[in-house]
Design a protein around this ligand. Structure first.
Ligand code: THU
Length: 141
């Protein structure tokens, strides 16, 4: 699906250019192809109160949820010497919505690329299924 990835890279790069990262100067763009074929992107948004920073991937996921869509593939673009993987928080958030087989690719501006899947990024993921079992239990504690 070369055309799809080409579009994802384009959209992720457009988003990267909008990143608000004056503190780290680490500008990240992410793009998600959704189950209806549309592409939704996000950039990292930092804050002077550093801990409030939201990564590009999570901003893209939030916009996707708003549209009522599911992810089919995910692209991440960074201006770095090596492709950058999603952080642990973003892996957990991605796993909430993406099947383990969903492909995640990361790319540098000069075209170095790595490919993996949501399941590889977060094996033995904690998910809502664990909470369902807890809710079914009669005992209070
Ligand atoms: N960041 C992302 O947006 N995505 C990643 O995959 C890794 C890190 C952002 C968060 C912060 O704005 C900056 O990169 C440095 O950590």
């Amino acid at each position: 699906m070369v055309r799809t990835w080409a579009k994802l890279w384009r959209e992720a790069e457009k988003a990267r250019r909008r990143a608000h990262a004056p503190y780290s100067r680490f500008f990240v763009g992410a793009a998600i192809e959704c189950d209806d074929g549309s592409v939704i992107s996000g950039c990292n948004v930092e804050n002077a109160s550093y801990g409030l920073t939201v990564c590009a991937e999570r901003n893209a996921v939030g916009a996707m949820v708003r549209q009522g869509l599911k992810p089919v593939r995910v692209a991440i673009v960074v201006d770095h010497s090596r492709p950058v993987p999603p952080c642990g928080m973003c892996r957990q958030v991605l796993a909430e919505f993406a099947a383990p087989g969903v492909e995640v690719r990361s790319r540098t501006l000069d075209g170095k690329e790595l490919s993996t899947t949501v399941g590889e990024l977060l094996p033995w993921a904690f998910g809502g299924g664990f909470l369902d079992a807890a809710k079914r239990r009669k005992r209070r504690r």
